[in-house]
Ligand binder design. Structure first.
Ligand code: ZN
Length: 312
């Protein structure tokens, strides 16, 4: 049985930069904002890099070889893994939940997402939540552009993790490099874009949808508390376990660890260093899926991996 290595899809964005080069990628320009690293979304469907299914898309593999994914239910690969390089601020935005997206966005999934901060410049902040005390004040603050009162900013550091539930106002600010694990959805409602222009025009805003879906007052997610297991030379941090995904960090320091493959499939992203998995070399910037029934897998080397999966 083979690991499924994927070829990332890159997206140029008005807020993007060139830090994705650090991962060894051949990026399209100095405004490359996103690397869709493990994706079967129609807006960026990754190609399989080698092996039996070389050149096929991940969505094709999901449709035609469900056995590789433990015969999981669902008409699409459920997760999407991105690396985001924000040179400038992203728009202030919110995502709907599954029910709202299904009713209003052609049957799309809603979007729960989470961020692992790979790196950031000193003093960088991030937007999570807002300061409106109830929904009426929220609508007033948005309609009257009371942005500085409305938006809640918090400091951010390398290694931080944030769970962003649907209905949570959020924005990545300039100077941040993030690994994002999210539901396979591309539905974003833009509340405020700092009055920026793209090709001479402001980008579309979704004010009414945003007012519909932003929860007020803002409440911090109490479930996203990291659980750290130090296994002697290997540290595993479980950041979150929610109905859509579990996300963990595996840190190896010239050490080795073995796991039994018990999940329908696992996403693996090497975000620092290098090493190998069952003797196959892997390095920073590599992304692959461990298929169902792969059996035991042994990691060794000096590297950090972000691992995500959907629990049975
Ligand atoms: Zn988002």
């Amino acid at each position: 049985m083979e690991l499924i290595f994927l070829k990332p899809v890159f997206k140029e964005m008005i807020w993007g930069g060139n830090k994705l080069k650090e991962f060894g990628y051949d990026i399209p320009g100095d405004d490359t904002g996103e690397c869709w690293a493990i994706s079967a979304h129609p807006n960026g469907d990754c190609l399989i890099k080698d092996g039996e299914f070389n050149g096929k898309t991940l969505s094709w593999l999901w449709e035609n070889h469900k056995e590789l994914f433990g015969n999981s239910e669902g008409d699409r690969y459920p997760l999407l893994i991105k690396i985001i390089d924000a040179k400038d601020d992203l728009s202030i935005q919110v995502h709907p939940d599954d029910n709202y997206a299904k009713a209003n966005e052609n049957g799309s999934f809603g979007k729960t997402e989470c961020w692992y901060i790979l790196d950031c410049e000193p003093g960088t902040k991030i937007v999570i939540g807002h300061n409106a005390k109830d929904h009426a004040e929220l609508e007033n603050m948005i309609r009257n552009a009371r942005w500085s009162e409305f938006i809640r900013e918090i400091p951010v550091h390398k290694g931080d993790f944030f769970q962003i539930d649907p209905g949570t106002l959020h924005a990545i600010k300039g100077g941040t490099l993030i690994l994002e694990t999210q539901q396979n959805s591309d539905v974003t409602y833009r509340v405020y874009d700092y009055d920026r222009l793209q090709n001479g025009k402001p980008r579309q805003l979704h004010v009414q949808q945003s007012i519909d879906v932003i929860k007020a007052p803002f409440e911090e997610n109490a479930n996203a508390k990291p659980v750290v297991s130090d296994l002697g030379g290997c540290v595993i941090t479980r950041f979150v376990k929610c109905p859509y995904y579990t996300v963990e960090k595996i840190e190896l320091k010239d050490s080795q660890i073995s796991f039994d493959m018990e999940d329908p499939f696992i996403n693996m992203s090497v975000v620092e260093g290098n090493g190998n998995i069952n003797g196959i070399n892997i390095k920073k910037g590599d992304h692959f899926i461990i298929p169902s029934g792969y059996g035991e897998y042994t990691l060794d080397g000096n590297m950090t991996i972000i691992r995500s999966f959907v629990e049975n």
